[in-house]
Design a protein around this ligand. Structure first.
Ligand SMILES: NC(=O)c1ccc[n+]([C@@H]2O[C@H](COP(=O)([O-])OP(=O)(O)OC[C@H]3O[C@@H](n4cnc5c(N)ncnc54)[C@H](O)[C@@H]3O)[C@@H](O)[C@H]2O)c1
Length: 378
């Protein structure tokens, strides 16, 4: 078996999710490359050493530029805040490394385009970790839509709700709170949470042509952890937008970190001419399906427990009836990335695919500013 020597940057939430995925993928999927945890990188030597020891990395680096230059690394995995994605990805591509990058691809479309051009010019494999595509129930939704079971699509409805930034005492910036700092995150819920909803939507329902949006900043100033000063908040705390898809369907998207009681309520519903589907991250192994063509006396919403071996990815896991969880979507990401290396059919979304989400996010933020409909990509 060939080795895939991984250099991972960032030991936070995603650093852990990806490390686990590299360790598990080859145990459950038949892969011709074995991920090797070669080196982990972060600025704090002590913290990255503890992380490396826990996950079994062979070594550590404290400067991502050194990691990228190492000859014994095949793939760079970017698990840092968004403001580092661009520079690391471009340096990695120029050093001839494969690049796996966390979402959102970039702070804005201009950066994203440069990243796309860099990986394509270098001819290196690349992927963005939009992991919800690889939750089996969501992959099943894609299968049902592609089989034409829903018929013409009329409506797409997605929300992603959280409640962790309601307190005005919460600071912004720095470790753990970079998401509230526009300089590190690029955008608020639009680039963070809605990016997931948009990626799933583009995958399931095709391109979005135009949007009209509103955003709000509910807490206008917060103490900044890096400067110690009270500074204006410039990320969007909440965003709601309407969208038109190229296929003629209409959509609503909403995201906030001010929905008391919701920790990570990502749901979508799609209504077609014949059938509808619903999915809920809190119940991620189920897909709700309604088919109007059923006999009327038994017609109703079915809750499909996605655990049988003929369902996406599930032949690789336990016996029918036993479900899997959140972390498995990342294991599937590693397996699909490696399958892409084997077949030459890249795992999706590539950087180019993920750039489409950047264009939609950009149109949403522009529309929220202008108060008018905005064409995507304009
Ligand atoms: N796919 C998903 O569902 C998902 C979920 C969460 C986060 N993300 C994305 O993953 C990325 C990381 O988010 P997170 O939640 O893991 O963040 P986190 O705050 O938990 O971890 C960020 C890590 O980056 C490291 N870091 C920051 N600057 C660095 C530098 N200059 N050099 C080396 N390391 C540096 C930090 O030390 C930390 O280990 C973000 O782009 C985020 O949007 C994706």
């Amino acid at each position: 078996m060939k080795e895939l020597n991984v250099g991972l940057i960032g030991y936070g939430f995603m650093g852990r999710a990806h490390s686990n995925a590299y360790r598990q993928a080859g145990k459950f999927f038949d892969l011709s490359y074995e991920p090797v945890l070669k080196a982990a990188c972060a600025r704090s030597k002590d913290k990255i050493q503890a992380f490396a020891d826990n996950w079994g990395y062979e070594g550590v680096e404290t400067d991502w530029r050194k990691l990228v230059e190492r000859k014994d690394i095949d793939a760079i995995d970017i698990c840092t805040p968004n403001n580092y994605h661009h520079d690391i990805a471009i340096a990695a591509a120029q050093a001839g490394k494969m690049v796996l990058c966390e979402k959102p691809l970039s702070m804005n479309p201009a950066e994203g385009l440069e990243m796309v051009e860099a990986v394509e010019k270098a001819g290196v494999a690349n992927m963005v970790w939009y992991n919800y595509r690889r939750v089996p129930a969501v992959t099943l939704a894609k299968l049902l839509i592609d089989q034409g079971r829903l018929g013409r699509i009329f409506h797409y409805r997605a929300v992603f709700l959280q409640d962790w930034t309601i307190s005005a005492d919460l600071p912004q910036g720095g470790t753990g709170l970079w998401r509230l700092d526009a300089a590190a995150a690029g955008a608020g819920v639009t680039g963070d949470l809605l990016a997931h909803c948009i990626d799933t939507a583009l995958w399931l329902n095709g391109p979005i042509s135009s949007v009209t949006a509103m955003t709000e900043i509910f807490v206008k100033e917060r103490q900044h952890n890096l400067t110690g000063k009270v500074e204006p908040v410039t990320i969007d705390d909440a965003c709601a937008f309407l969208a038109r898809f190229n296929n003629g369907s209409l959509a609503t998207f909403e995201s906030t970190r001010y929905a008391r009681g919701h920790k990570a309520l990502y749901t979508f519903e799609i209504n077609g001419e014949h059938a509808s589907i619903q999915w809920d991250l809190h119940d991620l192994h189920r897909l709700n399906y309604f088919d109007h063509r059923d006999d009327s006396i038994v017609r109703g919403w079915r809750s499909v427990h996605v655990s049988d071996s003929d369902m996406p990815y599930m032949d690789k896991w336990w016996v029918p009836g036993l479900q899997i969880g959140y972390e498995h979507s990342f294991i599937h990401g590693v397996a699909d990335f490696i399958k892409g290396l084997e077949t030459g059919e890249p795992a999706q979304p590539t950087f180019r695919g993920a750039l489409e989400t950047q264009y939609v996010c950009d149109a949403v933020l522009k529309s929220a500013k202008s108060g008018t409909w905005q064409a995507v990509g304009a």
